[in-house]
Design a protein around this ligand. Structure first.
Ligand code: BTN
Length: 273
């Protein structure tokens, strides 16, 4: 299971050259990179690799996904030649209740990479969205296999809309989704953004492992466009409305509905004002 040395990542750069540029300063992420022109889902493939014992830091990238998925098993639209679809295997020895912190760490890595490589002023919507001007630019899907309350391994799935145009999007997401191209009018090469995401993820992952969660929470809050806003959250069959007051130590959303402080562990947020 190996790409040949002259495989071209997104048709832009040789995979070998790309890998060298990523692992120059990397401690963990990107020592092994798999690239597919088409795959069912990079997350599914990364989960199989992790189960087979592939080391943490292994990356799976695709130019197209046939069954890309988002949170709550929603379809993640993944046409060829446009966007970033990738998954990274991690094996942190942490408790399952810390999984949201992995999402935060991944989201801030994506946001800082986009801020470095494009003029886009991206922000983060709890729990896993990359947004710009209130529209969704990308998302993170963390999937884990755990025993008792400890993680065996996790895959960080990252989807970022890069050169997707609104006219290619289906009606149901046209008003709520966007892409780097839609926001800037410019086509962006995906390799540079992917390289920065991987470098930033390497840096934040070591902060996650060695320094605890305070820096990650602080950076997530700095980039957040949810906290301090009046929001609606759909969580399972419940709908909550109130002020997003903050996040707790495990990444749960603290919602002040005027009577009590609710702790919400997952859901879809709409910012009202
Ligand atoms: C979401 O916002 O619901 C999360 C979307 C995550 C999509 C990415 S694309 C790469 C990886 N493979 C998948 O099938 N999904 C994730």
């Amino acid at each position: 299971m190996k790409n040949s040395d002259n495989t071209l990542l997104f048709g832009e750069i040789s995979l070998e050259e790309f890998k060298k540029s990523v692992i120059e300063k990397s401690k963990t992420i990107g020592k092994q990179i798999f690239y597919f022109n088409s795959i069912d889902s990079t997350n599914t493939f990364a989960l199989i690799l992790a189960e087979k014992g592939y080391t943490e830091g292994t990356v799976v990238i695709a130019n197209k996904q046939l069954s890309g998925r988002g949170r709550f098993d929603r379809k993640w639209l993944s046409p060829a030649d446009k966007n970033i679809y990738m998954s990274i295997i991690l094996k942190p020895e942490v408790l399952t209740r810390h999984i949201p912190l992995l999402t935060f760490m991944s989201a801030i890595s994506c946001a800082s990479a986009i801020i470095k490589t494009t003029p886009i002023n991206v922000s983060l919507k709890w729990p896993n969205d990359l947004v710009v001007n209130g529209k969704k630019l990308g998302g993170i899907l963390i999937e884990t296999r755990s025993e008792k309350n400890k993680i065996n391994y996790a895959t960080v799935g990252i989807g970022i809309n890069v050169n997707f145009s609104i006219d290619e999007m289906p009606e149901d997401i046209k008003d709520t989704a966007t892409s780097i191209k839609e926001e800037t009018g410019i086509d962006y090469p995906r390799t540079q953004i992917v390289a920065e995401v991987l470098k930033d993820l390497d840096r934040w992952y070591h902060i996650f492992l060695n320094k605890g969660y305070d820096d990650i929470k602080r950076e997530w809050l700095r980039l957040s466009s949810t906290i301090g806003k009046f929001i609606r959250v759909k969580s399972g069959n419940n709908i909550y409305e109130g002020y997003a007051a903050g996040i707790d130590d495990d990444g749960m959303l603290l919602l002040d509905d005027g009577k009590s402080l609710e702790k919400i562990n997952s859901g879809d947020v709409t910012v009202i004002k």
